[in-house]
Design a protein around this ligand. Structure first.
Ligand SMILES: Nc1ncnc2c1ncn2[C@@H]1O[C@H](COP(=O)(O)OP(=O)(O)OP(=O)(O)O)[C@@H](O)[C@H]1O
Length: 763
């Protein structure tokens, strides 16, 4: 592209190859967007002959200074041609300028890149130099510092050397004292080592104790969980113990019978022995008489012998004296014969007497033997009686111990749980009903679980106890008897039955009091209370009991024991007002309270109350209870021996049946009743849920039922709920609702039961 060597002012045309054009294009593009390629329209028309070449600025200036030449002013054609030529040159010049500009731009680009690279290199070198200077400076500073510190060290070393010299002297002194100190320390070390061994032993001991404590803690935890499971087992044990108690009582009765028969035998033996002793005395007396007679006979015989001998001597004298009279001789002979006869008869008598004596002695011996035997028998019987009595005492003690243990276990269970216990009872299927209830056959929930099939789904629940349809009233009562018993010990006890209408609440609570196997929990509880209070008399306890019975019908209270049924209606705000005192005892103003002293009295009260109870008819139950029925027995006990006083309460409640309005088919008054029942039951569930949530405010006052039950639900009483179920398929929805409610109740903690007891003198 160089136009060197070309004369200024001389324009030449340049060979413009396609490669150059391409290169020019590339260069323009390479210098960036500084210049856009010329559009086709802006491109000059292709040269018709040789292209012009510009060598430099002079050529351009020459072109710019070129003057128009024409023959004259009017020579337009010549001027036009000149103009055309000039334009052509201008175009070539512009093109050249453009190419130069492109080349310059490329050059500028290269130069600026080079400059940039050099700048970078320069700044790097500067930075390096700067670093080296800094480094040199810091080395210098370091060296300075080292120098200063070396000087300081030198000074120090010098001072230290002096010190060391002093110290050496001191050290020599100190060494001597250190030697003695060392010996002392060695002794101390020995002592410390001994102390260390002792401390190590102590630490070991403490570690052992700690380990043991940890083990104890683990075992306590284990014990705690065991207690939990024991609590469940204990209720079973309690039932078993109750059975054992019954068998023991039976055995005791048998033993008592046996002791009586042994006593009778003993009396008989005693009288036999007295008779034998009497006989013996008689025989001894007879024997004595016989002996005396024998003695007399013997003496008589000896006399006779002496007489015979003297007679014989006389005869001899007579014979010697020959001549004595024959008559005298005969007489003497006769007398001798008579005497001999007497003698032989006396001999016979003696023999008989001797035989009699022998047999009497034999009889005496025999009677002695019999007396001995009787005595031995008597002693044996005495021993047997004694052992029977001690066995009886033992059995009685065992029963008492069992009773105590049961009480303790029962209270422990309740204290451990601290919540409302729930028993579930399923009534038997009625004819034409099909069942939807089943029970777990294995696992830990046997006897505690109940399952319901509803819409092809199984709903499982567990409670403290589940009674299936076959459970008898007696069986159910055994499970609550301890709870009832604790009312006598001064606890507040509350048992209530909840469930759908027709599910067996009234059957469970009241049953049929006149039939032994159908008596419900209320009559059985009262029987037990009376029996137990009688039994406790031997321990010095005296009880007074007061009963009352009310029903809540349509949110009004009715006195079921009132003599006049009409007067028993709720008489507005003043009558039958519920009040609780500071001890959690409930009073209902104007309510009839009857002192009861016998079970027969209570039975007649129950009959009276059952008769008064509002009974209506619904589609669900032929004899549906339309009210909540509350039986209350207040128990005041005092121990004459210890002056201890207890005050227990037994509340037995048969709630009205829960039912859905559409299912009950109720209208009119029945509808009103059902609404009132459902409202109060819903208040009950509100209260229970509020307690379960541990709310600060529990809405006890929202219904008469909940307000009446406040001390049982929110206090320190022992509370048990029966949830009664109808097993038939059509009731499953309702049953699930009842079971869900019961499960919530079961989880409700109401506090630890507290006994109401105090000393008589402290009143
Ligand atoms: N365990 C049972 N064994 C035998 N029969 C029972 C049992 N439970 C309930 N029944 C019978 O079922 C029927 C309904 O029982 P019950 O009247 O006790 O129900 P309920 O729940 O008190 O009803 P409501 O709330 O309507 O008064 C009665 O005929 C009763 O005798």
């Amino acid at each position: 592209m160089s136009a060197r060597g070309v004369r200024p002012g001389m324009l030449r045309q340049k060979e413009n190859t396609p490669a150059d054009a391409q290169a020019g294009k590339r260069q323009r593009t390479a210098t960036g967007a500084a210049r856009q390629p010329l559009s086709a329209a802006a491109q000059p028309p292709p040269p018709e002959d040789e292209p012009m070449v510009f060598a430099g600025r002079e050529d351009v200036e020459a072109l710019l200074n070129e003057k128009m030449k024409g023959k004259n002013k009017m020579d337009y054609k010549g001027r036009n041609e000149q103009m055309m030529e000039y334009i052509k040159k201008l175009r070539a010049c512009i093109k050249w300028l453009l190419e130069r500009e492109d080349a310059n731009l490329v050059e500028i680009g290269n130069i600026s890149a080079r400059l940039e690279a050099q700048g970078k290199e320069h700044s790097e070198t500067v930075a390096e130099l700067k670093n080296s200077i800094d480094e040199a400076r810091s080395i210098n500073e370091e060296l300075q510092k080292q120098y200063t510190s070396l000087q300081e060290t030198l000074e120090k070393v010098k001072a230290e050397k002096l010190d060391a010299l002093h110290a050496l002297d001191e050290e020599n002194d100190a060494r001597t004292s250190a030697e003695s100190m060392k010996n002392k320390l060695l002794e101390d070390l020995k002592r410390i080592k001994l102390e260390e061994t002792r401390l190590n032993d102590q630490i070991k001991m403490l570690q052992d104790t700690n380990k043991r404590l940890q083990e104890y803690n683990t075992s306590l935890q284990q014990y705690n969980s065991n207690l939990q499971s024991d609590a469940t087992k204990n209720s079973e044990t309690i039932a078993k113990l109750q059975k054992e108690k019954n068998t023991m009582v039976e055995t005791m009765n048998g033993l008592k019978d046996h002791a009586n028969s042994v006593k009778m035998q003993l009396d008989l033996t005693k009288s036999l022995q007295t008779e034998a002793a009497k006989q013996k005395d008689d025989l001894l007396k007879e024997l004595e008489g016989l002996r005396m007679e024998l003695q007399r006979v013997r003496e008589d015989r000896d006399n006779k012998y002496a007489e015979v001998n003297s007679l014989m001597a006389e005869i001899g004298t007579y014979k010697e004296m020959t001549g004595k009279t024959a008559i005298e001789l005969d007489g003497a002979m006769t007398r001798t014969a008579a005497l001999e006869e007497t003698c032989s008869s006396q001999r016979q008598m003696i023999e008989t007497l001797e035989t009699k004596l022998a047999s009497a002695s034999e009889r005496l011996k025999m009677s002695d033997l019999t007396a001995l035997e009787t005595m031995t028998e008597y002693e044996n019987q005495k021993k047997m009686l004694k052992s029977l009595q001690s066995r009886l005492e033992e059995a009685e003690q065992q029963i008492l111990d069992g009773e105590k243990l049961r009480k303790k276990l029962h209270n422990t269970i309740l204290e451990l749980k601290g919540n409302i216990r729930v028993f579930c009872r399923v009534r038997p299927l009625l004819p034409n009903e099909s069942g939807a209830v089943s029970y777990p056959k294995s696992g830990e929930n046997i006897g505690r679980g109940v399952e319901l099939m509803h819409n092809a789904q199984t709903y499982s629940f567990t409670f403290d106890k589940v009674f299936d349809h076959s459970a008898s009233q007696e069986h159910v009562f055994i499970e609550i008897s301890q709870l009832v018993q604790s009312a006598l010990d001064g606890y507040k006890v509350c048992i209530f039955a909840y469930g759908q209408t027709g599910s067996g609440k009234t059957y469970t609570m009241m049953g049929n009091p006149d039939l032994d196997d159908q008596k419900g929990m209320i009559p059985r509880s009262l029987e037990q209370i009376f029996q137990a209070s009688q039994a406790l008399k031997s321990q010095g306890w005296k009880y007074n009991m007061q009963a009352s019975m009310l029903e809540i019908y349509n949110e009004t209270i009715r006195d079921l024991l009132a003599a006049n049924r009409m007067a028993a209606q709720d008489g507005g705000s003043s009558k039958y007002t519920i009040k609780h005192d500071a001890n959690g005892n409930t009073q209902v103003s104007d309510l009839t309270v009857v002192d009861v002293i016998s079970i027969s009295e209570v039975s007649s009260l129950l009959r009276r109350a059952a008769h008064s109870r509002s009974v209506g008819r619904t589609q669900m139950n032929e004899e549906s209870s339309r009210s909540h029925c509350v039986f209350t027995l207040r128990i005041f006990g005092v121990n004459e021996g210890t002056d201890q006083q207890v005050q227990g309460v037994l509340n037995l409640i048969d709630l009205a049946g829960s039912e859905r309005l559409n299912k009950s088919g109720a209208t009119g008054d029945r509808l009103k009743e059902t609404q009132a029942i459902n409202k109060s039951l819903s208040c009950l569930s509100d209260v229970i849920f509020s307690i379960a949530k541990k709310d600060e405010h529990v809405p006890f006052r929202n219904s008469k039922l909940t307000y009446l039950l406040q001390p049982c639900l929110g206090g320190d009483s022992k509370t048990l709920m029966f949830v009664n179920l109808s097993p038939e398929v059509s009731s499953t929805g309702e049953s699930i609702c009842s079971l869900r409610f019961a499960a919530r109740v079961n989880s409700c903690e109401i506090g630890i039961p507290r006994r109401q007891t105090q000393m008589r003198s402290s009143q």
